[in-house]
Unconditional design. Structure first.
Length: 413
């Protein structure tokens, strides 16, 4: 990351003494954020971070005694940037819509400023209690303020008062949309990103909640019935919840074997490595996404119908296969480079399929804008089905459909 232009540069003086940059510590933190985001906490190497900054590992240790100390300060710094971004935004008197827009624009701006560091989906599960509490408190404060502003907006417009669960869902969906650019690298000018994400997020605030789905009481994602007898399938099915709950790096082949009720040697009869199991899980998730797309389109007659059915099918997938989708959303950095590239290509094809139908349903958006909208929509679905109290399916689908079809995001087509 480029150093701050106001900071002194590193160079040789006439006396031959090399001057240390004044922002060396911040440069290390910036490099660490990118590396932790790209490789994950366990796979990130201090020598790679040091090389990016242009220093030795011993020099890095003079600033941070351990990898965890670097990770913790990076996490706190990124969380503090979120807090700072909205701290000076006052409630616009008599205009909660303006306040909500300002809050969301600030979050989008902060996300874009830290896009390469994965600011939004930070790996807080690896933080120790005090550091995790700091990050959590920042997130909760932002959520509560956005929820209160949405309530004020609805009251001003004479809209029905939302239940706490509904209000939490709308606020969480808006935050998820604002943070979605950190989950992908699709190109779009910053101004259009802001217009697309904030404009469509604002429409969700005025949503009339639908009736709950008939099967909404089951939020576990678990299906009752028989399971395949194949040992290969048993190993995969037992691995996925372990990866989802503990993280790929924390799960051993012995853990998988114990869960599957077989010796460790039995795992290797079906998979060459733990990484091969993870890759199989990713392709399983991808296959289900393709099937969901095909099924949704087969039942549709119009572009708007296609978008609606795509949303419902994806929400069903996320709700019924929560652990698989959790792995899909969080563990790509642990897949081998070759498979990563193939998976990313397929992900882009899936996004483009969705985006093409959004463009056909809405003449006011470009394909590039639609891609950003779809990334945000999928992010909302994934986030709001993985929280401790998942959002009711019909409400979640309605929020995402409103986001994709309910607003004009940009005057520049």
């Amino acid at each position: 990351m480029p150093a701050d232009s106001s900071a002194p540069i590193t160079r040789h003086t006439e006396s031959g003494v090399r001057r240390r940059p004044a922002d060396r510590r911040r440069s290390i933190l910036d490099a660490a954020a990118h590396t932790f985001s790209a490789r994950g906490y366990h796979s990130a190497k201090l020598d790679a971070i040091a090389r990016e900054v242009g220093i030795s590992v011993p020099a890095l240790y003079r600033h941070f005694p351990t990898k965890y100390a670097l990770f913790a300060e990076t996490s706190r710094l990124l969380a503090d940037e979120i807090r700072t971004a909205t701290a000076d935004i006052s409630d616009a008197e008599g205009d909660p819509a303006e306040t909500l827009g300002a809050l969301l624009r600030a979050l989008v701006g902060t996300t874009l400023s830290n896009r390469g560091s994965g600011l939004y989906r930070w790996q807080s599960q690896f933080l120790e209690p005090d550091d995790a509490a700091f990050v959590h408190d920042v997130a909760i404060a932002q959520h509560r303020r956005i929820r209160a502003t949405i309530a004020a907006l609805r009251a001003q417009r004479g809209l029905s008062e939302l239940s706490k669960a509904q209000a939490d869902a709308v606020a969480a969906a808006a935050v998820s949309a604002a943070g979605s650019p950190s989950t992908h690298r699709a190109p779009l000018p910053a101004k259009q990103i802001e217009q697309v994400l904030v404009g469509n997020a604002l429409t969700m605030a005025a949503l009339t909640p639908p009736e709950p789905a008939a099967h909404s009481a089951d939020t576990t994602g678990a299906k009752i019935g028989l399971v395949p007898a194949s040992k290969r399938e048993v190993i995969l099915r037992q691995s996925i919840p372990l990866f989802a709950q503990h993280g790929f790096r924390e799960v051993s082949v012995d853990d998988i074997a114990s869960s599957a009720g077989i010796p460790a040697s039995g795992v290797y009869r079906h998979y060459s490595s733990k990484a091969a199991i993870l890759e199989t899980a990713f392709w399983r998730a991808n296959d289900r996404m393709i099937t969901a797309i095909d099924d949704a389109l087969a039942q549709s007659q119009l572009p708007t119908d296609a978008v609606s059915r795509l949303v419902h099918s994806y929400v069903e997938l996320c709700s019924d296969s929560t652990q698989l989708i959790t792995v899909y959303m969080t563990e790509l950095s642990n897949v081998g480079d070759g498979q990563q590239s193939a998976l990313r290509r397929q992900q882009r094809r899936n996004i483009d399929e969705w985006a093409s139908w959004v463009v056909q349903a809405r003449a006011d958006v470009t394909l590039a804008q639609a891609r950003f909208m779809v990334h945000a929509a999928l992010n909302i679905a994934g986030d709001l089905t993985r929280i401790p109290h998942p959002v009711e399916r019909n409400l979640l689908s309605a929020l995402i459909i409103e986001f994709l079809l309910g607003a004009t995001p940009s005057p520049d087509h």
